[in-house]
Every structure is written in C-alpha cells, then in structure tokens.
Design a protein around this ligand. Structure first.
Ligand code: PRP
Ligand code: 7HP
Length: 178
C-alpha cells in the first residue's frame, strides 16, 4: 500500500492537531444548542470519529452514505444516496461532516437535500478543501486544510475503496489510476 504513495501531504500529527482545533471551535459555536453531526460515509468516517471526540458539548450523530466517484478520480456528477439518515432533522442544528470538497457536487446535492428537511441551521465541516477543482460554488464553515489539485488518499479517503486505513493523507502515484 505504501509503495503507491508519492508523498505524505498531511501527517497523522498535523491532522490530529487541526481536528482538535476544529472540535474546540465547534464546541464554542454550538454551546447550548441542539446539534446533530451528520457523517458522510464512507470517506468521513475517521474525521467524524476524531472530531466528535474533540467536541465537548452533547451531540447526536447520524450517518448518510453517498457515492459519486466509484472507481475513478473524477466525480461522475451523479450523486446517489446509498443510505439515508435514521432520524428527522427539522428544527435541529445540523453540521455536515465531510472528508473533502472537490468539485462541490456532492455538497451541493446534500445542502439542497438537507435544507428541504427544514433544519434550524445547516453548516459544513470538511477536513480537506481542493478549491482548484470546484465546479459549483460551496462555502464551508469549518475547514481543516486547503490542498493542491492532487488525488489524495488515507484517513478515510479512498481510490477504488482502497487506502482508507492509512493514518496520514498522501498523494497517490498517478500510475496507480492512469
Ligand atoms: C468523495 C468524498 C466526498 C466527495 C467529494 O465521496 O468523500 O463526499 O467525493 O467530491 P466532490 O466535491 O467532487 O463531489 P465518494 O463519492 O468517493 O464516496 P466515499 O466517501 O464513499 O469514498
Ligand atoms: C474525492 C476524492 N476522494 C479521494 N481523494 C481525492 O483527492 C478526492 N477528491 N474527491
């Protein structure tokens, strides 16, 4: 697995530090509010697990599975809900927890879909932002790192379902997917 990585972009330590900062910020901003964290599976699994443990206020957690990439490094543009939320979100403060914003198509779809369920508020926390690839405008509220236009894997992010279990974020060698 390591032989497929060109270089480490974000170390385990750098991720840990930034996720702790985001958790503290979210805890301050939502103090006294009824907050639901929505983890977008599968990529956000590690970010959700670590971020939620740095949030010091009570939260509910729910999960949605979405797919648009398949075994490709480009979004198909067609976003599909593979698994919906367990519970309604009407009148609740909702924070979407994502691993990466790339084209923005997934989040655009999610924001439209979740807004129609009438939450009290809807915000976005993403670990990574790749602004060079944006196709639709998306404003994130909590952003871990801006990254260059490279295909990255690890810490939940995959290529063809592999590499999610790497503890760091690395740039995948182009020959793996070309
Ligand atoms: C990835 C990632 C984001 C989305 C971002 O999901 O987890 O949800 O792509 O890309 P976009 O901004 O171009 O829409 P993917 O469809 O690969 O599913 P996964 O999380 O299960 O890997
Ligand atoms: C989706 C995605 N998944 C893994 N690595 C990337 O760089 C990605 N961009 N969008």
């Amino acid at each position: 697995m390591l032989e497929d990585i060109d270089r480490v972009l974000l170390t385990e330590e750098e991720i840990k530090e930034r996720v702790a900062e985001l958790g503290a910020e979210i805890s301050r901003d939502y103090a006294g509010k009824d907050l639901v964290l929505i983890c977008i599976l599968k990529g956000a699994l590690h970010f959700m697990a670590d971020l939620s443990r740095h949030i010091s206020i009570p939260v509910d957690m729910d999960f949605m599975a979405i797919s648009s990439y398949g075994a490709s490094t480009k979004s198909s543009g067609e976003v599909r809900i593979l698994q919906d939320l367990d519970a309604p979100i009407a009148n609740r403060h909702v924070l979407i927890v994502e691993d990466i914003v790339d084209s923005g198509l997934t989040l655009k779809y999610l924001v439209d879909n979740l807004s129609s369920r009438r939450p009290a508020s809807l915000k976005i926390a993403t670990l990574l932002d790749k602004p060079a690839r944006r196709v639709v405008p998306i404003t994130t509220d909590y952003n871990g790192f801006q990254i260059p236009d490279e295909f990255v894997v690890g810490y939940g992010l995959d290529y063809a379902e592999k590499y999610r279990n790497l503890p760091f974020i690395g740039i995948l060698k182009p020959e793996v997917y070309k």
